[in-house]
Design a protein around this ligand. Structure first.
Ligand code: SAM
Length: 287
């Protein structure tokens, strides 16, 4: 069945021989910023859809699995996260999840493109509900440069919620960047980075990410796996890294008694997301 682009948004993953489509009723926004092309569509069944440079970023309906699984496992793994940095995350859904943790004193969000946050405020106001929290600091600059300018040990958790490793985000996946992250994190600090699809990228991006993180001095690396329906294959991951802390142990009681609501994350899901499929064991040997 041919899908006409009047009624369907389709993201094609040519190299992988797959595609993903959502039925749309119209395009609400299109903007070429100095960094990327931002579009927002109204879909029939998935709420609104944000697309950057033709890649699906999020839908109103399924963004919760991604935002929760990028934020809560790493925050419940850290003993007491107070200073948090988000690189990317311009849709502000990650900021909202981080600030649910009462112990977080400050969360700096550094996205290169203010156009993304403007579009999120207009079309995804539910993701921006914590933007005015006094602990939130929104900056619009290159995260690669920002991290270079930070004092050593200044953050407890750094979350890299970036677009795919092309264009402005390319440098966010390399060893030089991870060396700056390593320096900026406190001794018990933790990094988490969106690490694409295990079924597609185990031998490429994920393998390179492990090498780059370890080359930068992170001695423990662990990958969480979870569904993100609108991403390529729907099978997604986030990779955590530490300077020695055991990433398979977390504040399980705190997670079970969390003082805030989630739609996907809980202590059992956290534990399950760390389980390693056989085809990943060769790479994820650290866990
Ligand atoms: N969850 C989405 C995904 O996995 O593709 C990404 C969400 S968020 C919209 C991605 C953000 O990364 C974008 O807003 C983009 O502007 C930002 N970004 C890309 N390169 C960046 C850089 N070098 N510094 C800061 N933000 C960057």
């Amino acid at each position: 069945m041919a899908l006409d682009d009047r009624n369907w948004f389709t993201e094609v993953f040519g190299d992988e021989g797959t595609a993903f489509s959502l039925k749309i009723t119209g395009r609400l926004h299109a903007e070429q910023t100095p960094f990327q092309k931002i579009e927002v569509y109204q879909t029939e069944r998935w709420g609104r859809l944000m697309v950057i440079d033709g890649c699906t970023m999020l839908t109103s309906r399924d963004n919760f699995t991604y935002h929760e699984m990028m934020a809560h496992p790493v925050l419940f793994t850290h003993p007491d996260p107070q200073q948090v940095l988000i690189i990317g995350g311009g849709d502000c859904g990650m900021l909202r999840e981080v600030l649910k943790h009462p112990g977080v004193e400050r969360c700096v969000q550094v996205d290169i493109d203010e156009g993304v946050t403007r579009a999120a405020r207009e079309y995804f106001p539910e993701l921006c509900s914590s933007n005015d929290d006094p602990r939130a600091e929104l900056r619009f600059e290159d995260g690669i440069q920002y991290i270079k300018d930070q004092a050593a040990g200044s953050f407890d958790v750094i979350i890299v919620d970036s677009t795919d490793p092309v264009g402005p985000a390319e440098g966010l996946f390399g060893e030089a960047f991870f060396r700056d992250v390593h320096r900026t994190l406190a001794e018990d600090g933790l990094l988490v980075q969106q690490s694409e699809s295990p079924i597609l990228h185990i031998e490429t991006l994920l393998k390179d990410l492990y090498q780059a993180m370890r080359g930068a001095g992170f001695t423990r690396v662990a990958t969480l796996q979870f569904p993100v329906v609108c991403y390529p294959t729907g099978w997604w991951s986030a990779t955590m890294a530490s300077k020695g802390g055991d990433l398979t142990r977390f504040r399980e009681e705190d997670a079970r008694n969390k003082p805030f609501a989630t739609e996907y994350y809980n202590a059992d899901i956290h534990r399950a997301a760390l389980a390693v499929p056989e085809f990943c064991k060769r790479l994820f040997t650290d866990q």
